[in-house]
Ligand binder design. Structure first.
Ligand code: ADP
Ligand code: ADP
Ligand code: MG
Length: 673
């Protein structure tokens, strides 16, 4: 085993690797960028080396500096984590040239699986089933169109070098093919510097099922069963579980063996994942009819590896370190057993209601349910952030992974929902409530899984108000009263005279909830009972008792529950049993001029990079027309014209990094617009 390794990554995966290394007595070296000078991953390692500025290109992708850091600190091996340099064959080679062990597969295997089209040609030779399609080298557009016509619509055009859900276009009819091809190639060249594409049949209502494989230098190769990652948004995973619900044992074995064959075909060593797209010709009720096709192989540890750890009881990072130091795999295929059911939820900084727009900000409040980290547990939370840390625009928007394990899927599901209900995040938008709503859908709870699940269940997933206005207001009022009680010498409950009118003391609160102003009145009835009036509704009695910390035992509308309220500026974040909501306390004077001067501004909806402008100064544009494309974290966003007009000036150039709210271009609105 190694004595010291360098971890060429950041965030949760760097902390994850450090945890196993520590347990094994292996010393660790972190690398960090400017933005990460005080990051959790730096504190999780024994030593740390600064490798550059905040943008990944200037730090985490600077492989010469990373190799130098390993040499200077005496590390023997480099763990690349996922993302960044993990699938870069040149980096793997450079490590070897520098006498360092790359904790991953041989460079040749990374290369063989690096491009989707080439890897499909290899898989075809290894007799791994493929989606019907064209993955040839000839990129003549007419040829591609003919191939698409031959395959039959709908088809999917994929950037061969693509990843992270980017560079894919579904085409439903022949007439749309050329336009989709062009836009796919444009995104591919911008994002991956390579515009080669493949065309394949678009599988309807498929499941994404992937197999974890592991090889060693002695020629052993095993599969650690499957993960179902069908619940996706924008072709990116949201929930992952193992085993795949309803998976017939014979199919599990077939897919496992196909994955091992795929790995062997490229001389695979270390942890890898073979992703399959699975057709369900018999629908959800007939899993025996499922047909699987090779999609791609990810030649690294996957984000969702903890669900496999939970059901196998193995530490995959430990396996990686053992294999990289030349030891054989710790278990043979027939020694691996599958135990219970595990589900992972990716908690991300994003706004599900705005098409999952990534969010940035500071974790002003970050409280988690009791859980273990980077280790086996019924509830496990892996993260690389602490309360007070920022989610910056430079890196991935994932905040934490919540992983649960149970004897059955039902048990795991219940545990996951209960744990999510206890997550408290204030300071930036997250998908926590969205995740809970996904878990509650009939499709997910009954395991009717396919990649269109989120789309299909749209109606119940977005812009919901789980707590209801009444409870949100009651919690906000309760919090205000308790804060006053804590800060005043007089008990405000006894200080009623100031508000007394018509025999009852009353007090007015001005709130804004979901953009709408709302007046609430609290009345102190003569017998000491509190009555809350919210709009037209009256609630009586309102009973509140502080429990501990911020928790309030609220008896309201015939129900008793513990709520928690956190203030951030004028917003009050209310967390209850059924979810969370935000309410704003209005100071009437300071909001007098609100809403003015908003029209016609073209500002960045988030910090990020300007990818391209679709217009030039002087162009006439109509309302809704795309003007510019921005990129932040792993997504592209189109900025559209809010009104008809003429482009007066472009204020940035493609490639520029811009701040949240920066004006990107100036538009002269047309007369009357
Ligand atoms: P999967 O592992 O299931 O394929 P992703 O494609 O989302 O899931 O995971 C890989 C991606 O994770 C990379 O492309 C990168 O954008 C992102 N990433 C890289 N490093 C980190 C990190 N330290 N923390 C969070 N995300 C990261
Ligand atoms: P990436 O490298 O971005 O992860 P993949 O090839 O793994 O790209 O595909 C990502 C997702 O796109 C899959 O998980 C699946 O949801 C969808 N997808 C890919 N290929 C197909 C297909 N042929 N038919 C339908 N959906 C597909
Ligand atoms: Mg993939």
């Amino acid at each position: 085993m190694f004595k010291k390794i360098l971890i060429a990554n950041r965030g949760e995966i760097a902390c994850r690797v450090a945890a196993t290394a520590r347990r094994l007595g292996v010393k660790t070296v972190a690398v960090y960028s400017d933005a990460d000078a005080h990051a959790k991953h730096v504190m999780s390692c024994d030593e740390a080396v600064h490798v550059g500025a905040s943008a990944p290109k200037e730090s985490y992708l600077q492989w010469q500096r990373i190799i130098d850091a390993a040499r200077v600190t005496g590390a023997e091996a480099i763990h690349p984590g996922y993302g960044f340099l993990s699938e870069n064959e040149d980096f793997a080679k450079a490590c070897a040239d520098a006498g360092l062990v790359f904790i991953g597969p041989p460079a040749s295997a990374i290369q063989a699986m690096g491009l989707k089209a080439e890897s499909k040609r290899l898989m075809e030779a290894a007799q791994v089933p493929l989606v019907p399609g064209y993955h040839g080298a000839d990129q003549n557009p007419e040829l591609l169109q003919r191939e698409a016509d031959r395959i039959g619509y709908p088809v999917l055009i994929k950037a061969s070098a693509g990843g992270g859900g980017k560079g894919m276009r579904a085409v439903s009819k022949a007439e749309d093919f050329m336009a989709a091809l062009e836009s796919c190639k444009r995104e591919a060249i911008n994002s991956f510097g390579d515009d080669a594409v493949l065309v394949e049949k678009y599988v309807q209502r498929p499941r994404h099922i992937e197999i974890q494989v592991f090889g060693d230098t002695q020629g052993n190769c095993v599969y650690l069963f499957e993960r179902d990652c069908s619940v996706q948004r924008r072709h990116q995973k949201v929930l992952e579980e193992a085993p795949a619900p309803g998976m017939p044992e014979s199919l599990r074995q077939k897919m496992g063996e196909a994955a091992v064959a795929a790995a062997r075909a490229v001389g695979y060593v270390g942890a890898g994942t073979v992703e399959f797209i699975v057709e369900q010709p018999g629908g959800y009720e007939q899993p025996e009819a499922m047909k699987f096709y090779f999609m791609e192989m990810n030649t690294r540890l996957q984000v969702e590896h903890p669900v496999t750890e939970a059901i196998t009881g193995q530490d995959l990072v430990e396996w990686q370190l053992m294999v990289a130091s030349g030891e054989p795999l710790p278990l043979a295929q027939d020694e691996l057993v599958l135990d219970g059911h595990a589900i992972e939820a990716r908690i991300c900084a994003e706004n599900p209601d705005k098409n999952f727009l990534p969010a940035t900000g500071t974790l002003r409040v970050y409280r988690k349910p009791p859980a273990v980290s980077f280790d086996y547990g019924e509830v496990r939370i892996d993260d690389g952030v602490r309360e007070g840390d920022a989610i910056s625009p430079f890196y991935d928007s994932m905040i934490a992974k919540l992983i649960v394990h149970g004897a059955t899927r039902e048990e795991a599901l219940a545990r996951l929902d209960a744990a999510l209900a206890e997550v408290r995040i204030v300071g930036l938008q997250t998908n926590v409530q969205f995740l809970r709503r996904v878990l509650a859908t009939p499709s997910f709870s009954q395991a009717r899984l396919d990649t269109a699940l989120i789309e299909r269940e749209r109606e119940s997933l977005f812009a919901q108000d789980p707590l209801g206005t009444g409870l949100t207001v009651a919690a906000a009022v309760a919090q205000t009263l308790l804060e006053e009680r804590a800060s005043e010498t007089h008990d405000p409950f006894s200080r009623r005279d100031g508000w007394r009118s018509h025999g009852v003391a009353s007090r007015r609160f001005d709130f804004k909830i979901a953009g709408q102003p709302l007046v609430a009145k609290l009345r102190y009835l003569d017998d000491g009972v509190l009555m809350l009036q919210v709009g037209e509704d009256e609630f009586q009695p309102l009973d509140l008792t502080p429990v501990d910390g911020r928790r309030i035992d609220l008896r309201f509308a015939g129900r008793r529950q513990v709520v928690q309220v956190f203030r951030q500026d004028e917003d009050m974040h209310v967390f209850g049993t059924d979810g969370a909501s935000v309410i704003t306390e209005l100071d009437m004077l300071s909001h007098a001029g609100e809403g003015a001067g908003e029209g016609g501004r073209l500002t960045a909806p988030m910090p990020g990079k300007v990818v391209s402008f679709a217009v030039r100064a002087g162009d006439k544009v109509s309302k809704g027309q795309p003007l510019a494309v921005m990129e932040a974290m792993k997504m592209e966003h189109t900025i559209a014209a809010p009104v008809d007009g003429v482009v007066a000036e472009l204020l940035y150039a493609p490639g520029d990094q811009v701040m949240d709210g920066a004006e990107l271009l100036r538009l002269q609105p047309a007369e009357g617009a």
